[in-house]
Design a protein around this ligand. Structure first.
Ligand SMILES: NC(=O)c1ccc[n+]([C@@H]2O[C@H](COP(=O)([O-])OP(=O)(O)OC[C@H]3O[C@@H](n4cnc5c(N)ncnc54)[C@H](O)[C@@H]3O)[C@@H](O)[C@H]2O)c1
Length: 339
């Protein structure tokens, strides 16, 4: 599909669909690209929430309905940050209006629905899935070290995401649910909502993966879906890739960054706390401001969307790429809950 001329990209008018929790990060990120694009309209059926965001971020137009926003907003692109069950409908709507679209993960509630959507919109508009995790600065650095062959071929990888966010505090509250109440209602919870990022990041670092083993479990009565997962994958060169996650781990903080170990034939890369290190012939260690990395990942994902619209090149997380992540997620759910 053709590149959008630079003068048009500089002044792009963006319409934001959804005004919930995550949009504070979207809007902060769009601000960092103010020279090239501006969110000029926002829509949410919860208009008081839309008004709140519009007031805080200086958005001119508020709509209660996405169709109206697309008809009247004179937009150049759409950013979808509404719940997962609305994504396919919103992407179709953007395609009908010929507008490029950046859509939050997961692209659809199931792999099948996502495949149908991708087939339908192919050639009609440009779609990037908003997978910001892989844009975190420490994962970009780890990827550079891998490309520079600093640790040789990776033979084993282990990533973990362990928190106590679903252990009740003294008031009987759960930090994970306080942060994002809809988490409790999801029948596909931990993997589809959170670990989808880790799976996408592992694919970004290690190439496409095959699922070898999956176990899902639920320990928190307040959750409709799973809150722990033990997953094993293999990449194309035969490296074993383990992803372990549980939101009910005593002794862990309520929110915690990922841990990662990549063991190569000549060294290893380790992410622990705020430190990323490369051990081997040329040892190196970098400390990160984790809160800044979180914010930066949204800005980098949105920057990538604008860059690729501008030069017409492929998005890293275009539908073809993202369906690989969703296929793995679907396969994981096919094993069902085991207690
Ligand atoms: N990339 C990340 O790191 C990350 C983090 C959090 C959430 N997310 C994703 O962002 C999306 C939204 O999550 P959230 O935490 O903001 O949820 P939320 O529940 O806080 O907000 C969702 C908002 O969408 C609105 N909405 C519902 N139907 C709508 C419609 N038809 N049109 C417009 N708005 C509509 C709701 O009224 C609500 O205000 C989800 O897909 C979630 O997976 C991504």
């Amino acid at each position: 599909m053709d590149a959008i001329p630079e003068h048009q990209v500089r002044s792009m008018r963006i319409g934001l669909i959804g005004a919930g929790w995550v949009t504070q990060h979207h809007l902060t990120a769009w601000r960092t690209h103010a020279a090239r694009a501006r969110v000029v309209a926002i829509t949410d059926p919860n208009t008081s929430q839309a008004q709140l965001r519009a007031g805080a971020f200086g958005i001119d137009q508020i709509f209660s309905n996405a169709q109206q926003m697309l008809e009247r907003g004179e937009l150049d692109a759409v950013d979808v940050a509404a719940p997962r069950e609305t994504h396919a409908q919103m992407v179709r709507l953007a395609a009908q209006h010929g507008l490029p679209v950046l859509c939050q993960k997961p692209l659809a509630p199931t792999y099948e629905e996502a495949c149908a959507l991708v087939a339908e919109i192919q050639g009609r508009t440009r779609l990037m899935v908003h997978e910001n995790w892989r844009f975190r600065p420490y994962y970009r650095q780890a990827s550079r070290w891998l490309q520079e062959q600093r640790i040789g071929q990776v033979v084993q990888a282990q990533m973990s995401f362990l928190t106590s966010g679903l252990i009740a505090d003294e008031q009987g509250r759960y930090a994970t649910i306080d942060r994002q109440p809809f988490m409790a209602t999801l029948s596909r919870a931990l993997v589809m909502e959170i670990l989808i990022h880790h799976i996408d990041t592992l694919r970004f670092l290690l190439g496409n993966l095959q699922l070898v083993h999956a176990r899902l479990g639920k320990g928190c009565d307040a959750m409709a879906g799973e809150d722990r997962a033990s997953l094993v994958f293999e990449n194309a060169s035969g490296a074993t890739v383990i992803l372990l996650s549980n939101l009910r781990v005593w002794g862990e903080p309520a929110a915690k960054p990922d841990e990662l170990l990549l063991v190569g034939e000549r060294g290893c890369i380790r992410l622990s706390g705020n430190s990323l290190s490369c051990q081997g012939d040329r040892p190196e260690q970098i400390q990160y401001d984790l809160a800044a990395c979180y914010t930066d990942s949204y800005a980098a994902a949105i920057g990538h969307f604008l860059d690729r619209l501008s030069d017409g090149q492929q998005f890293e997380t275009d539908p073809r790429d993202n369906l690989q992540t969703l296929r793995l997620v679907e396969e994981i759910y096919s094993v069902g809950l085991r207690g």
